[in-house]
Design a binder for this molecule. Sequence first.
Ligand SMILES: Cc1cc2nc3c(=O)[nH]c(=O)nc-3n(C[C@H](O)[C@H](O)[C@H](O)COP(=O)(O)OP(=O)(O)OC[C@H]3O[C@@H](n4cnc5c(N)ncnc54)[C@H](O)[C@@H]3O)c2cc1C
Length: 393
Amino acid sequence: MIDFSLSKAQQAARDYAHQVALEEMRPLSLECDRTEEIPESFFWNMQRRYWGGAAAQARAYGQDEGVKQENLLSVISQEEMAWGDAALATAIPGPGLAAPPILSQGTPEQQARFLSIYMDGQLHWGALALTEPGIGSDVAGMSTTAVLDGDEWVINGHKHYITNGARADLIVTFATIDKRLGREGIRPFVVPKGTPGLIVGRIEKKMGLRASQTAELIFDNCRIPKENLLAGRGEKKEGFKAAMGTLDATRPMVGAMAVGIARAAYEAACEWLREELPAGYPPHKRRAWEEELKELGQEIEMARFLVWRAAWMADRRIPNSKEASMSKAYAGALVMKATATAVRITAPGEESERKLLIQKWFRDAKVFDIFEGTAQIQRLVIARRLFPNIDIP
Ligand SMILES: Cc1cc2nc3c(=O)[nH]c(=O)nc-3n(C[C@H](O)[C@H](O)[C@H](O)COP(=O)(O)OP(=O)(O)OC[C@H]3O[C@@H](n4cnc5c(N)ncnc54)[C@H](O)[C@@H]3O)c2cc1C
């Protein structure tokens, strides 16, 4: 049975994450958005406070009734981090999106080899490079190739929109070992930073999440050891399953971030109504806004429960593709609605820091409808699982 009440330990982990978000992220938010840069001190503070505090706490409390709670704890903390600042949340040092494929597809030896660097107390990042120009939603059609040459894989191809791509110490990338095999030819590879042939291209200028680094990566005869392949060569569909399995784990986290921004916008709009609404504003308009915000509050709770359900299932190794997509699709649409509502309601009166933050969240919200699968793709995943007998292309 699903119990949606948080244990004392989970509440403590959430409160700690909230405090870190309030103290380390909110004060930097507008400046980092303006400059598209993050001060080095932020990374060290997060290394110390997040990994030394919140994540360590999560690890300590991560066992309940014999079930690891890593996914649930992660979404609880991601909501708080995104409430603080979603762009900064994506830049917290750690393996990030590289972790799920390494954990699900790596051997114990590979997991130890690749993930141990993240435990040395220094600044390290990871990245996941799946998307190619023109091949975002249709992962199976990717054109990056990997050819075995003696003891090395030679990777050639072009990836773009890769979060933390330029600063990542390890990049998990996907490439096909044989295009004729379609999705069955796709495999995950670990490419360390500095490998000859790994070229960092353009860093994107974006409307939202401006301080989050989004990089282009080019693999030009990039040679990596044979042992950096995460799935066995003969295992059909394993690589594609790894790519999809990664999304089942990361979509609830993206959903949680969307809930965090939606909540930030909702709270700020409520505070603005209480504290900044110009005197003499027509009471019937104020009442209408209060009604609207009340409904938004309910929808934010609904989104959170969808996210928690998907994470709860992932912790128990229950297949959760449908639920992960539902949480991402619902939260991704809600964050756009919540931030747009907050911008509209707080329009009257003077400019203020609160309003600037709301406008930033409005810009940040859009990408939650795009990355880790667009809203249209989530609907396809959900429809295929709801109607398995109907052929949905
Ligand atoms: C800020 C940011 C960070 C990102 N970080 C990463 C990262 O770290 N790693 C990574 O690998 N990728 C990353 N991405 C890429 C992201 O996952 C892709 O942009 C996304 O999957 C969409 O792919 P696309 O841009 O190629 O759009 P396309 O796949 O070309 O889609 C274009 C439009 O067509 C629609 N569409 C496509 N196929 C269908 C269909 N079958 N039915 C109905 N509609 C369809 C889509 O919904 C969309 O509206 C990031 C993107 C952004 C913007």
